[in-house]
Design a protein around this ligand. Structure first.
Ligand SMILES: [Zn+2]
Length: 265
């Protein structure tokens, strides 16, 4: 069984290798791919502060705190955890992606706080990557979260090399189904109260593009809504969110290993 898997993996590496020598590092992934590494991406940082609530809650501070809470619990469960930022520094979106890919992580979770003009809108929603948004609101969320990309001083990237771009798309699509699965598990655990459950959506987030692993972006509540902001200021809600994300990650890890014929840790 394992031998066959290796043969398939070798064949795939040969094909990919012929297409793009830059991807030759993929040969290191041969062998049982046990779920063991999670990347937690706290959105924004530095000059890019993200959304800001009427009572003063700032997205970049909120999501870093939650990232640490999630990381601590995942580590307690025996997983290796990598944070894309550890403090209030600006980390370019592609740098976040490359941190995750270099670590050959098995799951990428980007944590954000939501914002919209309608201050009545509240609740939690989870996204995974798609080239087009699943609805107008999802498109607006992606445009707002992608703004950091315009701050970055990298005028030429990606599409310079069409072949690499195409292969990047293929790799991303390969993880689409598992990204969807994790997003649904996360949304189920996070949005206990049906009144504040906004569901799983898709949109073109730069930070999820090119991530070579299942990936989702969680909007943990609206900073523009007074009730959500009040809740998110408290440790209880932050712990609840961290606990929900950890339960979703652990369930996903169990399924991930089972699908690959690897026993649980
Ligand atoms: Zn954000």
């Amino acid at each position: 069984m394992q031998f066959e898997r290796k043969q398939v993996a070798v064949a795939l590496v040969l094909i990919v290798g012929a297409l793009a020598p830059a991807l030759a590092r993929a040969d290191e992934s041969i062998g049982p791919d046990r779920f063991d590494t999670v990347v937690i991406d706290a959105g924004h940082g530095g000059d890019d502060e993200g959304a800001r609530g009427a009572a003063g809650l700032i997205e970049k501070e909120l999501v870093l705190d939650i990232a640490y809470r999630v990381a601590k619990r995942l580590a307690e469960n025996g997983l290796q955890v990598i944070l894309t930022r550890h403090d209030d520094s600006f980390v370019p979106l592609e740098k976040r992606t490359s941190i995750a890919n270099d670590a050959r992580a098995d799951l990428f979770i980007s944590i954000h706080g939501n914002a919209t003009h309608d201050t009545k809108v509240r609740g939690i929603e989870t996204f995974f990557l798609a080239l087009s948004a699943s609805d107008d609101h999802a498109g607006q969320v992606a445009r707002r979260e992608n703004q950091a990309f315009r701050i970055e001083d990298t005028p030429t990237r990606r599409s310079d090399d069409a072949l690499v771009a195409i292969i990047g798309d293929l790799i991303t699509n390969e993880h689409m189904e598992e990204s969807n699965e994790f997003a649904r598990l996360a949304q189920l655990e996070l949005a206990g109260d049906p009144k504040v459950a906004r569901g799983v959506k898709q949109a073109p987030f730069v930070v999820l593009e090119g991530v070579q692993m299942p990936a989702a972006l969680v909007e943990i509540g609206f900073l523009t809504n007074r009730q959500d902001e009040q809740l998110l200021r408290g440790g209880a809600e932050r712990d609840r969110i961290a606990g929900a994300l950890v339960r979703a990650a652990l369930e996903f890890s169990r399924r991930y290993d089972a699908r690959r014929g690897v026993g649980s840790r």
